[in-house]
Design a protein around this ligand. Structure first.
Ligand code: 5AD
Ligand code: FES
Length: 349
């Protein structure tokens, strides 16, 4: 019966809430078939090609106070840093030399970086490397700000919704942060023509299997070009320090469900997945993921951008990670490529 459901999902790319819930509850029985079908779908659109994105974590200042996150404003133990425009541009130059054709500028919500500064940085990177895609991951901003950044040349934007359940959202964030705003931002980003990434944490405190079924329906409705998911991992200096971590087992199964629900989605095997399980990223690829996001930040700031404990790759140079990942990916039968790795238009239909 569960096998029929997974075959149905592979055929229709959609299930009811109850059907998703049945699959999630009985995942041990369908995991292997789900992964096989998910890899088949990925193969259909993208072959065995795994795209890489060079992540530049340019500021760990953040005005928000999410209960799970290590760079929350209230964490006095976090050593704060900001990269200058020149430093950010130089990270991209280094990355270009290594073969990266997508850069992701990620930071906490740091008002220090005005629209004017950011548009200048975006223009310079796009001028230096016209063949590259630029992705932003800067949290919630105004429509006007998103518009200006797009106009300056940004191509993509990552903004995880964190949970599709507004009540659950309320238990992970202070009242100043509202689920409705976040979803509004996602809709604006799509409307402005960004390739847009949504996503959620797996096994976050209070999350139920019903919530996860709801995630699938929410993703189907929003229809993002990218989806970022990773296990929740506690950080020692946060209110959630004693909460249980999410698992690689559940995360990889959800990766397969997401691939089957949104066939052409760009789907990373995340650093959090590689942190919770030493072979997590490989398992993510074997479950249907097709993106990796190694770090291009200067090594002296890496150990300061800690959203959770025990983050991997904080001591390695970008070139070392790239070599390491090439070898890891080869063992899965896939191959790292250096294209921009754009979304396959219409692929989620
Ligand atoms: N564990 C796992 N993921 C986390 N994130 C933030 N804090 C944690 C944590 N403790 C994720 C959030 C955010 C992304 C940048 O990192 O989903 O959107
Ligand atoms: Fe960074 Fe393996 S990917 S060391």
């Amino acid at each position: 019966m569960y096998n029929e459901l997974i075959e149905k999902l592979a055929k229709d790319h959609s299930l009811t809430r109850e059907e998703y819930l049945q699959l999630i509850r009985n995942r041990d029985k369908v995991r292997d078939r789900a992964a096989e079908l998910a890899c088949g779908v990925r193969e259909h659109y993208y072959g065995n090609r795994i795209f890489i994105r060079g992540l530049i974590e340019f500021s760990n200042y953040c005005k928000n106070n999410c209960y799970y996150c290590g760079i929350r404003a209230g964490n006095r133990n976090a050593e704060r840093y900001r990269l200058t425009g020149e430093q950010i541009i130089s990270c991209a130059d280094t990355g270009y030399g290594l073969g990266f054709r997508t850069f992701v500028l990620q930071g906490g919500e740091d008002p220090y970086y005005t629209d004017e500064m950011l548009t200048g940085i975006i223009r310079t990177i796009k001028q230096n490397h016209p063949d590259c895609a630029l992705t932003l991951s800067l949290g919630e901003r105004s429509y006007e700000s998103y518009r200006l950044l797009k106009e300056a040349g940004a191509d993509r934007y990552l903004l995880r919704h964190e949970t599709a359940n507004p009540a659950h959202y309320g238990t992970m964030h202070p009242a100043a942060m509202q689920w409705e705003n976040r979803v509004q931002c996602l809709k604006w980003l799509k409307e402005l023509g960004y390739q847009t990434g949504a996503g959620f944490m797996v096994g976050s405190p209070g999350q139920t299997e019903e919530d996860l079924a709801g995630e699938m329906l929410f993703l189907k409705e929003i229809d993002p070009q990218m989806v970022g998911i990773g296990p929740f991992i506690p950080h020692q200096d946060t209110p959630f320090k004693d909460k249980e971590a999410g698992t690689a087992e559940l995360t990889t199964f959800l990766l397969s469900l997401i691939r089957l629900t949104l066939p052409g989605v760009l789907l990373p095997a995340t650093t959090a997945l590689g942190t919770i399980d030493p072979l997590g990223r490989e398992k993510g690829i074997e479950a249907g993921a097709n993106v990796l996001m190694p770090n291009l930040s200067p090594t002296d700031v890496r150990e300061k951008y800690l959203l959770y404990d025990n983050k991997i790759c904080t001591g390695e140079e970008a070139a070392q990670c790239l070599e390491c990942l090439k070898q890891r990916v080869r063992k899965t039968g896939c191959e790292i490529v250096t294209d921009r790795g754009d979304y396959f238009p219409g692929a989620n239909k």
